[in-house]
Design a protein around this ligand. Structure first.
Ligand code: ADP
Length: 683
């Protein structure tokens, strides 16, 4: 995307070519036309909005070819909704409430007349694929279009574009034909003989008389075109331009002299040299007979310079061909890779950023329930995503494109053929190069239903077992505490020690079981966060004693611990801190230091736990917070664990809008951090 210095609205790539394309319609600042007005009228009726517009996005303005319910004929591009709509040429842009949308809330058309609140616009894509404007409907109240209205608006936009294409084709023809017709009429009337018309014609013109075509009349533009001066007047053309007989024009003139027909030559390429540089121009030629007393007495030749239009059109053709070529190249390379990928049961796709066309591998079609010959489109895929995930998927894909991130999500879809629900894991990235400024979005989709269902069954089982284990464990803890009380009065150190150890083991086991129970609760959406206002430094001091008791030969330092007010679930945050600490102790050798700190500023609080342990490889870091993930190294294998602690910590943070991350260096140690948004301390 490029940003025009003149305008604060981002502009589509290929802006110059897009503007050329728009100009090729010669439509800007023309009068209103019934055909377009009918379509805006119809759009406003169907969508039930007071305003409907055909808006064309020019360099610095949007100009309305047709407008229903609006007085102004144009607005600055900076205030244009349509300039935003054409950013994504393949989608209908719908804004239910512009006052809530950052891009438009300060727009004078929103804050003032016509008080735009609702906007829906379909980009007008021309034959070469350039978005030149949009057909839009506007209202001053919050609205939402129905699916049927959206489809109707899209169809109407296509109609607008068809009319514009037709208009463009007609304009060029009309331009020369009208002039020809007028001139022909006059020539027949004999007016030509005065030569006045030729002299004053705005286009290059000449009258060649007799069978040797002597130059009877010629105007300055034609002299210039032929590279001659007025000396050629009254001379046979071949005596002044001997090579003329090799030219197509000469052959045509001879033919006309015989047949009396009028011949048009369209967009003829003409090369000329000017100060050693070769120029290419394009002309539309008309050759018509001069008929006097029913006899052909000469040929009138006209030439219209259409270089500008032809160059603009050729450029846009080139651009769209380039894009088409790069798309095909991409498709071929995808196909080459695909045999390996298909073996891995991975479905792959590519969506062209310019055309919006989707290419899907055979495996992907299978996953989504399409037959091989059926076409998959982005919209059809989105429609198959379960309602619970659909918005998330759309927003995810948009933000991945905007922020250049990797898309990675798990969601359910409904298969097209049998309607069954399947779980998929979908990844994707937006690739962009200079040669392909719109880029393409491609990635993989894997059917993970079996795995998911296995996990769900596993979770259910773990949940059930953990629940069952908790009851006897609670009793066991009660019995031990009872025994501990009784040993207070007797002098049996060994029994006391054994009971303390038993109590510690039970606490450990309870923590573990609670962890499992939490995982299964989490999966079934039953984990509850009960927020309260508290100071993390107080929570840390409560944890301190317990930590020192379980330090297992480590030096544990709590410094610095600053006051940090947060609004969070105290137990769950305690669980995260405890988990960080017990991991640091578990994964670092005895005699090393574990340091816990808590720092706070107006944005939030960060708690960090640093150890001098084995550290974590960079390749493991992205997975640490995944469920059941453990680093498979010989030195960690002997350390007990299930790989759920950090997963739970991450889930707890997610539910608090907090963040969790780690910095680590192999053999040097790790620092685990989490941060929470700041809360106002109580008065
Ligand atoms: P568990 O410790 O039960 O395996 P966690 O989810 O708490 O599960 O941790 C996941 C994995 O992260 C651990 O198996 C370990 O490989 C790694 N890990 C966690 N904390 C540390 C640490 N402080 N130093 C080194 N590795 C760690």
């Amino acid at each position: 995307m490029i940003v025009n210095k003149m305008s604060s609205v981002p502009q589509p790539a290929y802006e110059i070519e897009r503007l050329h394309a728009l100009q090729s319609y010669n439509i800007l600042d023309t009068l209103s036309e019934r055909e377009f007005d009918d379509l805006t009228e119809l759009s406003s009726i169907i969508c039930n909005t007071p305003i409907a517009l055909v808006s064309l996005v020019d360099q610095n303005r949007q100009w309305f070819k047709s407008r229903k319910g609006l007085d102004v004929t144009e607005t600055h591009r900076d205030h244009s909704f349509c300039a935003h709509a054409i950013q994504n040429p393949y989608e209908l842009m719908e804004i239910e409430d512009a006052k809530q949308d950052e891009r438009f809330m300060h727009n004078p058309l929103v804050t003032g007349k016509p008080y735009i609140t609702f906007y829906a616009g379909v980009p007008l894509i021309n034959e070469e694929g350039f978005p030149i404007g949009s057909l839009c409907v506007i209202d001053s109240v919050t609205r939402k279009l129905t699916e049927a209205q959206r489809s109707a608006l899209k169809i109407m936009a296509k109609q607008v574009m068809d009319k514009m294409e037709l208009r463009r084709k007609m304009t060029l023809l009309e331009k020369s034909d009208k002039l020809n017709a007028a001139l022909l009429e006059r020539s027949v009337l004999g007016e030509m003989r005065s030569h006045m018309l030729i002299q004053q014609a705005p286009i290059a013109m000449a009258l060649f008389r007799g069978e040797d075509f002597y130059v009877e009349a010629i105007n300055p533009p034609m002299l210039k075109f032929l590279g001659q001066d007025a000396d050629i007047l009254h001379q046979p053309i071949l005596s002044v331009i001997p090579a003329f007989d090799k030219q197509e024009a000469y052959t045509i003139m001879l033919k006309i002299y015989k047949t009396g027909e009028t011949i048009y030559v369209k967009e003829q390429e003409v090369k000329s040299t000017d100060k050693n540089t070769e120029n290419t121009s394009y002309y539309n030629f008309t050759f018509c007979p001069l008929i006097e007393n029913e006899k052909i007495t000469g040929v009138i030749n006209m030439a219209i310079d259409v270089t500008e239009q032809v160059v603009a059109r050729k450029r846009v053709e080139e651009v769209s061909n380039d894009l088409r070529a790069s798309y095909i190249k991409l498709e071929q390379s995808e196909q080459k890779q695909s045999s390996a990928i298909e073996q891995a049961k991975l479905g792959t796709y590519t969506i062209d950023g310019f055309t919006g066309k989707m290419w899907a591998s055979a495996r992907l079609k299978e996953i989504f329930g399409y037959r091989d010959e059926e076409e998959m489109t982005y919209q059809s895929v989105i429609d198959q995503v379960s309602v619970d995930y659909r918005d998330q998927v759309i927003r995810g894909a948009e933000s991945v494109i905007k922020k250049d991130l990797v898309f990675d999500m798990e969601y359910t879809i409904k298969k097209r053929n049998d309607g069954l629900t399947r779980w998929v894991k979908s990844t994707g990235k937006h690739y962009k190069t200079e040669a392909e400024p719109y880029g393409h979005f491609s990635g993989t989709i894997l059917d993970i239903t079996e795995e998911k269902e296995d996990n769900i069954r596993k979770d259910d089982f773990i949940g059930m077992v953990s629940h069952e284990l908790k009851t006897p464990l609670t009793s066991l803890k009660g019995f031990i505490q009872l025994l501990q009380l009784r040993t207070k009065t007797i002098d049996d150190l060994l029994t006391k020690n054994i009971l303390d150890k038993a109590d510690k083991q039970i606490t450990k086991m309870t923590r573990m079981i609670n962890g499992f129970l939490n995982v299964s609760r989490l999966e079934s959406g039953k984990i509850h966060i009960e927020k309260e206002l508290f100071d993390i430094s107080v929570l840390i001091s409560e944890i301190e004693d317990d930590t020192i008791l379980n330090a297992d030969g480590h030096t544990v330092i709590f410094d610095p611990v600053e006051t940090a007010w947060v609004n969070a679930d105290k137990d769950k945050i305690g669980q995260v801190i405890n988990n960080f600490i017990s991991n640091s102790i578990k994964y670092s050798p005895m005699g090393t230091i574990v340091r816990i700190s808590c720092v706070s500023d107006e944005h939030g609080s960060v708690v960090s736990v640093r150890d001098e342990g084995m550290g974590i490889e960079a390749s493991d870091i992205p997975h640490l917070f995944e469920r059941y993930y453990r680093v498979e190294k010989h030195n960690t294998k002997s350390i007990a664990g299930f790989g759920i602690g950090l997963y739970l910590c991450a889930e707890i943070m997610k539910r608090h809008n907090g963040q969790i991350w780690v910095e680590s260096e192999i053999k040097q140690g790790s620092v685990f951090h989490f941060s929470l948004p700041a809360a106002q301390p109580p008065h």
